[in-house]
Design a protein around this ligand. Structure first.
Ligand code: PMP
Length: 285
């Protein structure tokens, strides 16, 4: 296995960045994860556009043009013979003597790391067919979760709490009882015949999978409500599910101690999951 680090493809076990990298010291960086399926990178354009936005919001310079980055992503996947799995991109502000304020961007270049990994799609499919359990946790993150930063400690702790409780994902719930999103996914419910998810302007990451699912919902002429919902409403919803690049659409069958619907994966979410890749953008490796 090889990974791309700052202009070079290096063996996985030898790959490293500087101890004074600002990603390491301050979580001063951003990341993206794209799904790879049947030798295709899914929704790459939207992921790159979001990374560009995250970097802009943090005044980190873009390490290379999109076209060059696409080449590096493709090459990293090919060199690792990944046909199904994911490609992870991380950009930090770079390595500099530890100081809170930014180093001179003319003197310090951002650090770019690209890692490709094979994942058997049968695993995610089995999880989706079984459905996942959710635990609710208090929202304790900063107000800029719209930026996809590598500062993920609250998410790590939330997902660890979920795992300890035998659940696969945690949903953050704000002080008013409204669900914001998952530890690494967006949260959805189906009420009556309407798909419901929170507006992306506040309190969540604008998921690429969420955006592409909105395209599918429009194509299918399904009812959609962009609004916040409480954890109590979610527990009485007809169906619930999560979206992310690595889980696509995955049904939720239990929230805390309450089964969702009949406690089995919902028909609507499973059908939309099957349709998702028919409409998502892709590029062949
Ligand atoms: N919210 C959070 C907090 C996430 O970490 C993720 C996954 N990166 C998502 C939502 C889903 O985003 P996407 O569909 O782009 O993977």
């Amino acid at each position: 296995r090889v990974v791309y680090v700052n202009g070079r493809y290096v063996p996985y076990r030898d790959a490293s960045v500087h101890v004074e990298d600002r990603g390491f010291q301050f979580a001063d960086g951003v990341y993206e994860v794209c799904e790879v399926r049947n030798g295709r990178i899914i929704d790459e354009s939207r992921h790159l556009a979001r990374m560009r936005r995250s970097l802009k919001e943090l005044s980190i310079s873009f390490p290379m043009a999109d076209a060059a980055l696409r080449l590096v992503m493709g090459e990293t996947l090919r060199r690792n013979r990944v046909r199904n799995g994911l490609v992870y991109l991380q950009v930090t502000r770079g390595a500099a003597k530890r100081e809170f304020t930014f180093p001179d961007p003319d003197a310090v270049a951002p650090t770019l790391v690209v890692i490709a990994r094979s994942v058997d799609p049968a695993i995610g499919e089995a999880v989706a067919q079984a459905g996942i359990r959710i635990v609710s946790v208090p929202e304790n993150r900063w107000a800029r979760v719209d930026i996809k930063t590598i500062g993920l400690l609250p998410n790590v702790l939330a997902k660890m709490a979920a795992k300890t409780a035998g659940a696969r994902e945690a949903w953050f719930v704000d002080r008013d009882g409204f669900v914001t999103e998952g530890g690494s996914s967006n949260a959805w419910i189906i009420v009556g015949d309407a798909l419901v998810t929170r507006h992306a302007e506040h309190g969540i990451l604008r998921g690429v999978t969420r955006t592409t699912l909105l395209d599918l919902i429009a194509i299918e002429g399904l009812r959609f409500e962009e609004r916040q919902f409480t954890i109590d409403e979610a527990k009485t919803a007809r169906e619930a599910f999560v979206t992310s690049a690595t889980t696509i659409l995955t049904p939720v069958v239990q929230i805390d101690d309450t089964p969702v619907g009949d406690g089995k994966p919902g028909d609507i979410v499973l059908r939309l999951r099957q349709r998702f890749h028919d409409i998502a953008e892709w590029r062949s490796l």
